[in-house]
Design a protein around this ligand. Structure first.
Ligand code: ADP
Ligand code: SF4
Ligand code: MG
Length: 324
């Protein structure tokens, strides 16, 4: 059941890709609830399914989809039941918007930044071009950029400025939920800090709910009040950020935190040995068992469920399950 306060509830979301080598089980059994103005950090190593989750939520999918199912409940309505036309008209960009991974490098080189920020209004809302451009310029200024940048081409802007424009583009349709997929990963540390500050500011100003995707736990701690850890396509830990950063439970989460240089100032970072598994033929039982130093027989034969270990804390690990 989704709680009445939830703006977004996700239930058993699953997405598989079809490839020549077999079916990639990129995302399975994804369940979480977000309340208004939450920031959920979604963390995990490269290839664990973070961008797949983002794309599944806004239904921007590649052609080679094998399975795409589950419930995405927005304000009480399962939007997975909407056809593409209704989803595009009512949900994508309007209710839930996204800054795609690498967005700042995806601007069309031949159009001015202002036009590209305004484009969703012109194309989807059929707003008059002049009015749309005016709104885009205002938003560009709100993003901390001089308004004249609207008249520049993408190549005339720095990475940080392009990323601000990409954020403006995601906001122009006035969404309630914004997915930010690795929004600062290609930027230098100072620019990263500036973008994080901007994200905090606009979140307060527009009362936004964020899904903040990152492989950087230090960055996640700056913004998030909730954390979801994904390993090999499955959520393995979900809790409030306070609990996650002080009492992580899953062996993988502990490894991630220990290997985050910014968070382990008093000790040398440790690294999780081994590499993430293939999602075409994932390990049996707990998908983390080949890399887990606590693993025992049960871990390789039976898959753990998400066990409740605290009021707001779920962990997918037999160490916390019954009958260990
Ligand atoms: N279009 C696709 N076709 C086949 N496999 C894909 C496709 N997109 C992503 N994958 C695979 O799905 C898994 C999850 O990828 P992704 O969601 O991009 O991970 P992350 O964003 O966490 O790095 C990876 O194994 C990746 O190779
Ligand atoms: S279920 Fe077993 S292998 Fe998986 S994380 Fe827990 S202890 Fe490690
Ligand atoms: Mg990604």
């Amino acid at each position: 059941m989704s709680s009445s306060k939830s703006v977004l509830s996700v239930r058993d979301l699953k997405l598989y890709y079809r490839t020549r080598k077999g079916v990639v089980k990129a995302l399975e059994e994804i369940n979480f609830d977000l309340e208004k103005e939450d920031t959920l950090a979604v963390v995990g190593e490269s290839g664990c399914g973070k961008s797949t989750l983002a794309r599944a939520l806004v239904r921007v999918l590649p052609r080679n989809i094998h399975t795409y199912e589950g419930k995405v409940i927005l304000e009480g309505r399962n939007v997975m039941e909407l056809n593409e036309e209704d989803f595009r008209r009512e949900i994508r960009w309007r209710k839930i918007s996204i800054v795609f991974q690498g967005a700042m490098n995806s601007f069309n080189p031949v159009y001015k930044i202002g036009y590209q920020v305004a484009e969703p209004l012109i194309i989807h809302d059929h707003l008059e071009k002049k009015e749309a451009l005016k709104r885009a310029r205002q938003l560009i200024e709100l993003m901390g950029m001089p308004g004249v940048f609207a008249d520049r081409y993408p190549f005339e802007l720095s990475g940080g400025m392009k990323q601000r424009a990409a954020i403006a583009m995601a906001l122009i349709t006035n969404p309630e939920i914004v997915i930010l997929d690795e929004p600062t990963s290609a930027l230098d540390v100072l620019t990263q800090a500036n973008i994080i500050n901007l994200l905090k500011k606009i979140k307060n100003e527009f009362k936004l709910t964020y899904i903040f995707i990152t492989h950087d736990l230090g960055l996640a701690s700056e913004l998030a009040n909730r954390v979801a850890v994904i390993y090999a396509g499955k959520m393995v830990e979900l809790s409030s950020a306070d609990i996650f950063y002080t009492q992580p439970k899953h062996p993988y989460s502990k490894g991630l935190l220990a290997s985050a240089p910014t968070l382990s100032t008093d000790r040398r970072p440790e690294f999780i040995t081994g590499v993430p598994p293939s999602l075409i033929d994932p390990p049996s039982g707990c998908r983390f068992h080949p890399r887990c130093r606590f693993a025992w027989e049960k871990c390789s034969s039976e898959e753990p469920a998400m066990f409740q270990v605290g009021e707001d804390h779920l962990v997918r690990c037999w160490l916390y399950g019954d009958g260990k």
